[in-house]
Design a protein around this ligand. Structure first.
Ligand SMILES: [Zn+2]
Length: 236
């Protein structure tokens, strides 16, 4: 399939997918063909490969969750566990947050001790030191995200140039999380990170050549196409 919804050379929002075939002799001696679908992301032009035959492959580690990491019980040495979180983590100046940290429910947010940019904070999910994948409560994430929202709004109110924002998470050491205790990383800066800069350049080029907005066109296409559209919540 190859669908273009703006026909302006390099800037076109192109939806492509093509299938390639691998021919192999299976261990049984039978000659078989395996199809691989290659899809191109219309925004980034990056490709992903859907290897259908892997559906049938059994791999270790996909049926059961691996055992907890060794420090899953080490709450006394964790700087994010209570009560030491209040003495081992940094605080905001009083003019930013009178109590030093932002709190909502069991979630608290404070500056990152090792900042990555002008505004860099950590938002704890709640008081649980180890949360197994798939078991976090909805309310804990809601509170943590609302805390991030409040932080980023306050940052922007004080520095109108800090428009490049991100909220990210590395949960557990296997995902590169340096501390086991579940937390979000929140950033804002006047200097764009790679992905923000790439998307900004792409959107600017698209507008210059089509006089149309890249993400609005993309959303319009997805809503009409339905295949990947999940639904709407408020303005999202
Ligand atoms: Zn902890």
């Amino acid at each position: 399939m190859n669908t273009k919804i703006a026909n302006n050379g390099d800037t076109a929002l192109t939806f492509q997918k093509e299938t390639v075939t691998a021919k192999i002799i299976a261990p049984s001696g039978e000659a078989v063909e395996r199809n691989i679908e290659i899809r191109t992301n219309p925004i980034t032009r990056r490709t992903s490969r859907i290897a259908f035959s892997r559906i049938a492959q059994s791999e270790t580690g996909i049926e059961v969750i691996p055992p907890p990491p060794p420090d899953a019980e080490e709450t006394s040495s964790c700087p994010f566990c209570r009560p030491q979180v209040m003495s081992k983590t940094p605080q905001f100046p009083p003019e930013f947050a009178p109590s030093g940290r932002l709190a909502r429910g069991d979630s608290i947010l404070f500056p990152n001790l090792f900042p990555y940019g002008s505004y860099s904070a950590v938002s704890l999910i709640d008081n649980n030191h180890f949360v197994e994948i798939g078991t976090a409560s909805l309310s804990s994430y809601v509170n943590s995200f609302l805390n991030c929202d409040e932080y980023l709004r306050q940052v922007l109110a004080g520095d109108s140039q800090a428009i490049y924002m991100s909220i990210t998470q590395n949960h557990l050491p296997s995902a590169g999380g340096s501390l086991l205790h579940p937390h979000l990383q929140v950033h804002a800066d006047k200097v764009a990170a790679n992905n923000h800069r790439f998307l900004q350049e792409r959107a600017t080029r698209y507008f210059a050549e089509t006089r149309s907005y890249l993400f609005s066109d993309y959303l319009r296409y997805e809503k009409k196409d339905v295949a990947r559209y999940i639904g709407q919540t408020g303005s999202w």
